[in-house]
Design a protein around this ligand. Structure first.
Ligand SMILES: Nc1ncnc2c1ncn2[C@@H]1O[C@H](COP(=O)(O)OP(=O)(O)OP(=O)(O)O)[C@@H](O)[C@H]1O
Length: 237
């Protein structure tokens, strides 16, 4: 059956590394079941926001809620239990392990509705490659494996950090097709993406970060209809 997404509410979040503040007051509400693309120039804090939602980076002030639960001070493993999972930038699959074992490690921890069988149904390529090691996979296959590992945690909110990075256009389209299917399942998706075409192909809404805060929010359609504004916000040609 379909997974139920949860609201992700970020209010006044300031966070950073050691003494330096990267997020300077992020307000963002992703509604349950929505797919939001988080865009912005390099270094504005997109990955830092993802890391802060996961608890890899601690929040200095403000709050993060998933559904009714305040996760602001929870350790990462407890956030995962509440239903937040990340597909990190760079994929980070276990190179020496087979596809199957990469998935089985994640499977042990989950309580959700994603079985290994369901992952293989969603991404048949992984079933074909199940006895291959992580480091024998193509970039696209690694991305699918990283998505599979996150799904086995039973997420209500799924964070994807630049899933198209380094992939050929045809493979990007395939990965975005998978993201669309997850959205159709009702999972809440927050997607950091440099490939605008890819982002637009899945996102209901677009939010743009600049200097550690959200400076623009609109529907994808509205964002696309104003190319000069998009160029100004993203610094792209
Ligand atoms: N582990 C870290 N330790 C210290 N500073 C960091 C760390 N990671 C990122 N930063 C700094 O935080 C700022 C925001 O970086 P972040 O990676 O969040 O931006 P981004 O918008 O995701 O950029 P990109 O699109 O290049 O990934 C940058 O100034 C960066 O140098």
């Amino acid at each position: 059956m379909s997974a139920t997404g949860a609201d992700l509410k970020i209010a006044g979040v300031e966070a950073g590394y050691g003494g330096s503040t990267v997020l300077t007051g992020v307000d963002l509400h992703v509604v349950a079941g929505e797919t939001v693309a988080l865009l912005g120039r390099n270094g504005v804090g997109k990955t830092t926001l993802m890391s802060t939602i996961m608890g890899f980076v601690s929040t200095h002030s403000g709050s993060i809620h998933v559904g009714d639960e305040d996760i602001t001070s929870l350790p990462t493993h407890a956030r995962a239990r509440v239903g937040v999972a990340i597909v990190p930038q760079g994929r980070r699959v276990f190179a020496p392990l087979t596809v199957h074992n990469n998935l089985r490690i994640a499977e042990g921890k989950h309580s959700g509705e994603w079985s290994l069988e369901r992952i293989y149904e969603l991404m048949p390529r992984l079933r074909e490659r199940r006895t291959n090691r992580g480091d024998q996979l193509s970039g696209g296959e690694q991305q699918m494996l990283a998505i599979g590992r996150a799904l086995l945690l039973g997420p209500r909110v799924l964070l994807l950090d630049e899933p198209s990075d380094g992939l050929a256009p045809a493979i990007v389209a395939q990965v975005m097709g998978i993201v669309r299917e997850l959205a159709q399942e009702g999972i809440t998706v927050l997607l950091v993406e440099q490939d605008l075409r890819a982002a637009f192909s899945v996102a209901d809404r677009v939010v743009v970060m600049e200097k550690g805060r959200i400076v623009h929010e609109s529907t994808t359609e509205e964002f696309r209809s104003d190319a000069p504004r998009a160029r100004r916000l993203l610094g792209v040609g």
